[in-house]
Design a protein around this ligand. Sequence first.
Ligand code: DAK
Length: 257
Amino acid sequence: MAIEVRREDRVAVLTINRPDALNALSSALLEELRSELTAIAQDDSVGCLIITGAGEKAFIAGADIAEMATKTPLEARAYAELGQECANLLETMRAPSIAAVNGYALGGGSEIALACDIRLCSENAVFGQPEVDLGIMPGWGATQRLARTTSIGFAKELIFTGRRVKADEALARGIAQHVLPLEELMPKALEMAHAISAKSPVAIAYAKEATNRALAGDLATNYMVEADLFSILFSTEDAKEGLRAFTEKRAPEFKGR
Ligand code: DAK
């Protein structure tokens, strides 16, 4: 198996394990990723997911270039859909996802990181969309997610030039939320993931659903959805428990219902 999933209480840590090819995503690897993400999305005991790459050099160096070179247009379409499905699963699953970007996040690797809710990166991280250097274009969502995460002009610059961006610039542009020395990356990701997992999963899921709308749809509808989700939370035991625990000056015990 080229993908490893381990659990630490309510945190799942998924590692892309193909370091010899800098964790480049072959079709077989992507299919495995889709199946693991589907299982995680259906598992209510997962409160937060961390995705990272094996080794100290790469998160994911992109789609597998050697394999892509052999694809017919129909196979390329299926490959694009598979990658998009993985990205959509990350974006829509109830549990938040954190990309722990431990090196190169190029092409499809950058796109998988962008589909995660939060990106932490190591000082040696490099982001970029170098597809145009190969005569192709991004196919797993960067044309939308990079523009929405940064700005449309910056996204076009990276997509049109293939320029690679180091950790500090990624931080300044809002691609990464924190930059850390490599050895501190996973401890920080785990600390954040455990903190998120300790909250009410219903509140987190609804907060994610509402926040995902921030860059899509119209503002009036999005405020209405926010109000609806907010009010639905008042039917949960977790909201009653959280509000009561505050007034009773004790830590809440959330049950996910
Ligand atoms: N695919 C396959 N193998 C890769 C790879 C990749 N993306 N990246 C690296 N490798 C392999 C190298 O071939 C090498 O293998 P061996 O020669 O040892 O067998 C090994 O990993 C180590 O790489 P290097 O020797 O090159 O290591 P360096 O430190 O010198 O350089 C690098 C690291 C990351 C700068 C360099 O490897 C590099 O530039 N890699 C390519 C990065 C890249 O261009 N990534 C974007 C790929 S395009 C779509 C679907 C998907 C996509 C687009 C459209 N549709 C169907 C519409 C997505 C596209 C992409 O992701």
